[in-house]
Design a protein around this ligand. Structure first.
Ligand code: SF4
Ligand code: SF4
Length: 387
C-alpha cells in the first residue's frame, strides 16, 4: 500500500469511500460490505470516508458497526456536516452529537463541511447557524482531529472561501480525474489548494465509473501500452503523480473493484508523459463542450451582468453528463444571475474570441435546469428516508 502524509498522519493513498457500498434488496449489504472493508484494512487501507446522507444515513451506521472490532487508533474515520442540504434550519451541535452516537466514536479523525459551493456557502457562513464556529470549537475540544471541507464549487468560490476561512481548513476534498482536469477546472482547483499549502483528497477519481469503462478501441490501446492493467487503474495512476494528493477515495461496490484497486495502489507507478498525453486525448474525445477559455471578455458587455464563463462551465458539465451536483450550484441564486435572465442581445457573442453562440447556450442551459429535480426536493426525499 502506498502511504502519504495528511495533516501529520500517515494515511493510505487509497481511501475507502462509503458512498456506493454493495446493495442487496434495496439496502446496504452488510455481509458483503464487511468482507470488503476487512479485506481493505488487511491490505493496509486506513482512511474510511462516510457522510450523513450516504445510503440515506445507513453508510455511517454500517461502516462504524464493522469498524467497532478494530482498535480506534488503527483507522482514520472521516465524516461530514451536511450544510449543503437545503433545510428550514440547521443545528450543527445536535447533528454532530447524533453522528458521534451513530458511529459509536468519541471523535472523528477528519471532519468536513460537506460540499461548500456557490449555493451552500451562505448557509455555512450565516452567523445565525454558527456552523463553522461550532466545528472550530469541536476541534479545540479534541472531538475533531482535523477540520476541512469538500467542494463541487467553482475556482472563484473556493478562493473566496479560503480567503475568509483558509486558516481553519486543514484539507480539502475535490472531484479530480483526467476528464475533470479541464471539464470542471479541477486542475486549477488543485493548483489553488497547493499554492495555499492545503492537502487534497480526491473524490470521483473514475467519475462514477465512467472512466472505468471506455470505448473498445481505447481500452485495447491501453492494454497494449500496459499489459495486465485495468481501465480504472489508468485513472488512479494519472492521479498518483500529484504530490499534494494525500488520499484518493474510491467508492467500491464489489470485491472485484476492491481487489483491482488494491493491486493498483500496491506500489507507486505513475504514468509516463506519453501515457498522460494519450489520456488527455481520450478526455478531449469524451467532451463535446463549448470551447470557453474563461477569458471573461464577454462579461463586461453583458447588460444583465451574468457570470457567463461560470454558466458555460456548468453548461459543459451538464451536456456531458446530466448531473444535479452541477445544477445545484445555481439553485437559490438570485433570478437575475441565472441563464434564464439572458435577453439574447448578443453583445457577448460578438466579443467572444471563441465565437461561441452564448445566447443559445444560455437558453439551452435554462431549459435543462428547469427540467431537473430541485435539490431541495432531493434533500427532503433523503431526509424522509432517514426517518
Ligand atoms: S446575450 Fe445574454 S449573456 Fe450575452 S450579453 Fe446579452 S444578456 Fe448577456
Ligand atoms: S468571451 Fe467567450 S471564451 Fe471568453 S469567457 Fe466569454 S464565452 Fe468564454
Amino acid at each position: 500500500m502506498i502511504y502519504r502524509d495528511l495533516c501529520g498522519e500517515k494515511v493510505s493513498l487509497l481511501g475507502f469511500g462509503a458512498m456506493r457500498l454493495p446493495v442487496k434488496d434495496g439496502e446496504v449489504d452488510y455481509n458483503e460490505t464487511e468482507k470488503m472493508l476487512d479485506c481493505a484494512i488487511a491490505a493496509g487501507v486506513n482512511y474510511i470516508d462516510t457522510a450523513w446522507p450516504y445510503h440515506s444515513g445507513d453508510s455511517e451506521r454500517v461502516v462504524s458497526r464493522i469498524l467497532a472490532k478494530y482498535p480506534r487508533e488503527s483507522y482514520f474515520l472521516a465524516d461530514k456536516y451536511p450544510g449543503h442540504q437545503t433545510a428550514d434550519s440547521y443545528d450543527p451541535a445536535g447533528l454532530f452529537e447524533e453522528q458521534l452516537k451513530k458511529c459509536n466514536v468519541d471523535y472523528f479523525d477528519f471532519y468536513l463541511l460537506h460540499n461548500v459551493n456557490e449555493n451552500s456557502i451562505g448557509v455555512y457562513k450565516d452567523p445565525k447557524w454558527g456552523i463553522i464556529d461550532y466545528f472550530i470549537e469541536q476541534k479545540k475540544a479534541g472531538r475533531i482531529r482535523h477540520l476541512g471541507f469538500s467542494t463541487h464549487g467553482g475556482v472563484k468560490m473556493i478562493k473566496e472561501f479560503l480567503d475568509e476561512y483558509g486558516e481553519y481548513m486543514e484539507f480539502c476534498q475535490i472531484q479530480f480525474n483526467y476528464l475533470d482536469d479541464t471539464l470542471q477546472n479541477a486542475g486549477e482547483k488543485y493548483e489553488l489548494l497547493t499554492e495555499r499549502a492545503i492537502p487534497v483528497i480526491v473524490m470521483e477519481p473514475v467519475r462514477g465509473g465512467k472512466l472505468a469503462s471506455l470505448d473498445e478501441g481505447i481500452e485495447n490501446k491501453l492494454r497494449e501500452m500496459r499489459t495486465g492493467t485495468s481501465t480504472a487503474s489508468w485513472a488512479f495512476r494519472w492521479l498518483q503523480s500529484y504530490s499534494n494528493i494525500s488520499v484518493i477515495l474510491s467508492g467500491m461496490s464489489n470485491m472485484e473493484q476492491l481487489c483491482d484497486n488494491l493491486a493498483t495502489f500496491d506500489k507507486e507507478e505513475v504514468l509516463t508523459e506519453e501515457e498522460r498525453a494519450y489520456l488527455a486525448d481520450v478526455a478531449e474525445g469524451m467532451k463535446d463542450s463549448l470551447p470557453c477559455t474563461g477569458c471573461a471578455y464577454c462579461v463586461d458587455g453583458c447588460p444583465i451582468g451574468l457570470d457567463i464563463p461560470n454558466l458555460i462551465s456548468i453548461y459543459n458539465e451538464l451536456r456531458f453528463q446530466s448531473n444535479i451536483v452541477s445544477a445545484m450550484r445555481l439553485e437559490g441564486a438570485d433570478e437575475a444571475t441565472l441563464p434564464s435572465a439572458c435577453i439574447s442581445c448578443g453583445a457577448c457573442s460578438s466579443i467572444c474570441p471563441q465565437k461561441i453562440d452564448i445566447p443559445a447556450a444560455m437558453s439551452d442551459l435554462a431549459n435543462r435546469i428547469s427540467k431537473m429535480p430541485k435539490w431541495a426536493d432531493v434533500c427532503r426525499e433523503r431526509a424522509a428516508l432517514q426517518k
